[in-house]
Design a protein around this ligand. Structure first.
Ligand SMILES: Cc1ncc(COP(=O)(O)O)c(C=O)c1O
Length: 407
């Protein structure tokens, strides 16, 4: 059966409740299919208990649901072991965990972390904090005008010998470009550096296989994968995780607590202090199971067609400039643009009044916007349920907004 976005869309209650809206902001958060909402509702109605502590049957079922989610994520990303999956609250928390646990244990003054200019603030800021706290140095990989990373910048940084980790996005949340992560991992490993992949955007649009990639860390959020907010994942190689101290202290992350100290639990529980996101884990399992019914090649082909339609629509607008890729096939699931002399916030406001939901601003990527010499942009992003017709409707709406603002 051909991939049928309108049919898929009907499985999302949000679109029934908001049938006048054109949702072009899936990069910020994706809508959730009925099955995810039902899984969370069912969990609270039938299975609600805390995990890893109750001795009674319902608590055992809650623990099984939570640990089952870990197995589901392990299979989804082809990790070697379930204990390589840590549940956090978001990509942001996962990336902070890398900097503040692995970073504190392994970095000293003069060590170098390499970041790409494409990065989201949740990659950049934790390392800037480590710069202040531990005296590390940050070096940058720039990109060309189409958003392609300048691999020579990475090679130069790695030649300096002190690079301990390279942190790079799997897919830019502004330009939609996908850096060559396989090559980056190969080069970094050759120099003895680890690699942390921010897969917040990539995860819903392309299969991720952490074993084939051989990355050391990889982070994503449930809510961009058609799952709930409040749950994130950090994949970390088992042998690396074992060298990392706890990030947060509290219940569930200890083996023993004494008056004068404590012994942490083994990973991954060492990194999951307090009551974890249990119902959210049930929702994430449902999202991953739901997505599994669609072959990745169908999702990717559908989203490629959407991006082709988006570029055609946008390139037809006078004074509109797309940031980064010229070829829509290089922009996965999102495209950002500016319109001559018009502020993206004003445009987003007028489009919003017409029912179009697009994000305006720097999209938590200020260094990248500075690289392109603009303070802000408008971003169109798509998901599995987006239709070409929605994208085509944006053209006349943008022209109308342009006319209104020109007055
Ligand atoms: C590329 C990228 N990294 C990290 C994040 C942070 O994700 P979260 O807000 O779910 O922690 C986002 C969110 O937009 C993102 O697009």
């Amino acid at each position: 059966m051909a991939f049928d976005a309108p049919h898929i869309r009907r499985q999302f209650p949000f679109f029934t409740a908001n049938d006048a809206l054109v949702w072009l902001d899936s990069a910020a958060t994706a809508q959730k299919p009925e099955t995810v909402l039902r899984a969370m509702d069912d969990f609270y109605r039938t299975t609600n208990a805390n995990v890893h502590r109750g001795m009674y049957e319902v608590a055992e079922r809650a623990t099984a649901a939570y640990e089952g989610a870990r197995d589901t994520v392990k299979k989804f990303m082809n990790a070697r072991h379930s204990d390589e999956i840590i549940f956090t609250k978001s990509t942001t928390e996962s990336l902070n965990l890398v900097a503040k646990s692995w970073g504190i244990a392994h970095l000293k003054k003069g060590d170098v972390i390499v970041l790409s200019i494409l990065e989201h603030h949740s990659v950049i800021v934790p390392w800037l904090q480590m710069k202040e706290e531990a005296g590390i140095t940050i070096e940058w990989i720039d990109c060309d005008d189409e958003g392609r990373l300048i691999m020579n910048d990475l090679k130069k940084a790695l030649a300096g010998k002190n690079v301990k980790l390279v942190a790079v996005s799997g897919q830019s949340n502004v330009l939609g470009v996908r850096p060559p992560v396989t090559e980056i991992i190969r080069l970094a490993h050759q120099s003895g550096a680890l690699v942390c992949i921010d897969a917040a955007q990539l995860i819903a649009h392309h299969p991720v296989d952490v074993t084939a990639l051989d990355c050391d860390f990889l982070a994503f959020s449930g809510h961009k994968l058609y799952g709930p907010t409040g749950i994130g994942v950090l994949y970390a190689k088992r042998e690396i995780m074992q060298t990392m101290p706890p990030f947060l202290g509290g219940g569930s992350m200890i083996e023993e607590v004494r008056r004068d100290g404590f012994t942490p639990a083994d990973p991954p529980h060492r990194f999951e202090a307090g009551t974890p996101p249990i119902a959210e884990a049930a929702g994430l399992t449902a999202a991953i199971d739901w997505l599994a019914q669609f072959p990745w090649k169908d999702i990717e082909e559908h989203e490629k067609n959407l991006m082709r339609a988006a570029f055609e629509t946008l390139n037809d607008i006078e004074g509109l400039h797309i940031l980064g890729p010229k070829n829509p096939d290089d922009a996965s699931a999102c495209v950002s643009f500016v319109l001559k002399d018009l502020h993206p916030h004003d445009l987003a406001d007028i489009l919003g009044q017409e029912g179009f939901c697009l994000r305006a601003g720097h999209h938590c990527a200020e260094p990248l916007h500075k690289r392109f010499s603009v303070p802000a942009s408008l971003r169109l992003s798509v998901g599995i349920y987006t239709t070409e017709e929605e994208i085509r409707r944006l053209g006349p709406a943008l022209k109308k907004a342009q006319k209104i603002l020109a007055k």
